[in-house]
Structures are given as structure tokens and as C-alpha cells.
Design a binder for this molecule. Sequence first.
Ligand code: NAD
Ligand code: MG
Length: 329
Amino acid sequence: MAKLYYDGDADLSVLSGKTVAVMGYGNQGSAQAQNLHDSGIDVVVGLREGGKSWSKAKSDGLKVSAIEDATEKADIIHMLVPDEVQSQVYEASIKPYLSEGKVLGFSHGFNITFGWIKPPEDIDLIMVAPKGPGYMVRQLYKEGFGVPALIAVEQDFSGKAKEIALAMAKAMKFTKPGVLETTFYEETTSDLFGEQVVLCGGVSELIKAGFETLVEKGYQPEIAYFECLHELKLITDLIQQGGMGFMWQMVSNTAEFGGRTRGSRIISAATKAEMKKIWEEIEAGKFAAEWRKESEDGMKFLNEQRAKEKEEQIEVVGRRIRALFQTAR
Ligand code: NAD
Ligand code: MG
């Protein structure tokens, strides 16, 4: 069994007298910077001068500097700009100021695992990765709790890298629910696998295929939307709360019999074989190379897909239904 770390396993005093530079002020950057600041840590937000986030971070009461200055000032540099721009930002604005003994932190191990960033050996390299979106990282902190998180140490130059990662986690209240230790490689590859196969890729295609099948058979799209999309959350909430057994117990016996006899025809041995291929693409760096090319092409594929999906029936119907529900409340 993996070991969990709680409040008592972490010591905030490791961070006293230290400055943390949070690079980027998006989903994670804004949440993590504010949490650290509210816990009494000296935080400076590193941003592009004149960028959109600059005034936002200032009005949230934080110190803001250019990324270069923030790196120079800080003991801990926490990289929360988007994964696809991290290596550029690192080369231009961080590397020249990354002197011996500093700490470089991440919330996702992608750039280190795939070698897009190759840091010097005389620094600590840590990960503090909340398992929740930025708005929950901030919201739960304000409520006095936190989201669970992963920590990892890739390089321990100071001999204190793990203590520093745990202290950062504690300052953001991740040690309230608990923190698991992992490696950059394990976090990165499992995170990519999960989001591609199950969470984002798999689920969205499953929903769409079910919806389209019902609509093609002549059902009202609103009915198909409810059955194949809206109710999904009710089911995943049950599974998250009490596992598969609890979910089967809470649905009807009819649903359980139908699900147990038909489910494995949808997610079959062939599906699992494809999952293995996707894992191999991740592991071999093939996915990373594809993603790099897409980013260099100005996100051509993503922009096309975003525009196309917006007009798909399930999205059009969904927007209408969700708006109607809100006015009915
Ligand atoms: P984001 O896109 O929300 O925010 C990035 C911020 O970085 C922007 O708001 C801006 O302030 C700055 N930025 C953008 N482009 C820049 C550039 N070219 N140069 C300098 N600064 C720039 O990113 P995010 O979703 O918060 O992701 C940050 C990191 O956190 C990533 O490593 C990501 O994998 C990780 N992470 C994100 C989530 C999540 O919920 N979104 C969860 C866990 C881990
Ligand atoms: Mg993830």
C-alpha cells in the first residue's frame, strides 16, 4: 500500500525566509499563488510584462514581477504556465537565473519526463500536483480543507527536496485530505493515459456515440441528451462514493442486469488492446512529439475541433436544455 502524508508529516518552517515564485496566473497559478500567500508564504507571481494576468494578480493582492526577476529573487520557482510553453519560458527567462541550490517545482511532470526541459544538476526538482482543477484548489482552501495531491522528487540536491515539497503541499492544505508520493514518470504517463483513455477522450466519445445512436433511431435529442449525458454524473458520483458495488446497489436490478450483460460488449478486449497501444505511444514519447508539433502549428487541429464540435447536435441541444433549466430554477 502506498503511504499517505498528512499535516503532521509536513513542516511549514522549511519555507520560512524563502520566496516562492509562481510562474503563470491561470487555473493553477492563481489558485496556488493565493493559497501559498494566505498561508503566510512570501510569494511573487512571475508573468509576462503587460500580459492579461498581470493586473489580475496585482488586484488579488500579490506581488508581481517579470519571470526573469521573479526567478532571480525566488528560492523556489514553481512552473505553472501551460505545459506546451514551459520549455520556451524556461530557456528564455528562467534558465539564465537558476543559480545553485534553487528549487524548480511543477504540478505536472510532462516537460521533465519527455526532456523538453533539462534542468542543471545543482538544483532540487520537485512536483506538487493537486488532483483537482484550480477553482477547487482555491475553493476548498478557503473552506479550510484541500484537494488531495501528489508529490515527487526527481532531483534532491539540497537533501531537503521532499521536505520542501511536503511543506508546499501543506501550505496549500493538500495534506488535509492526504498526499501520495509518486515519480515524475509515473505521474506524467498515468495522467496522460487517464485523460486520453478514460476521463476526457473515452468518456466524451462514449457519450456522443450513445447520443447519436438514439437520435439516429428517431428519439428526441433532448431524451437522448438526458439518457447519455446528463445522468452520467449521477452514476460516476455513486462510483466515486462507494465503488462499483455501491453503484449497482443504487440502480435498479434491471439496470444492473442489463449493464452487467452488455457493458463488456461496448468496452471489449479490442478496446483494451487499443488502450495498450495508446499507453505505448505515451511511453515512447510519440504522443509528446505529436503534441509539440500541434503546438508549433498554432493549435490548428484543436481550433478546428473546437469550432466543429460547438455545432454538433449534442452541444446545440445541451446548451438549450441547460439554459432552460436555469430559468426554471
Ligand atoms: P492555464 O492555461 O490556465 O494558465 C497558464 C497561465 O500562464 C496563463 O494564465 C498566463 O498567466 C501564463 N502564460 C500563458 N502563456 C504564457 C507564455 N507564453 N509565457 C508566459 N506565461 C504564459 O494553465 P493551467 O491549466 O493552470 O496549467 C498549469 C500547469 O498546471 C500545467 O503544468 C498543468 O499540466 C498543471 N495542472 C493543471 C491542472 C488544471 O486543473 N488545469 C491540474 C493539475 C495540474
Ligand atoms: Mg490529471
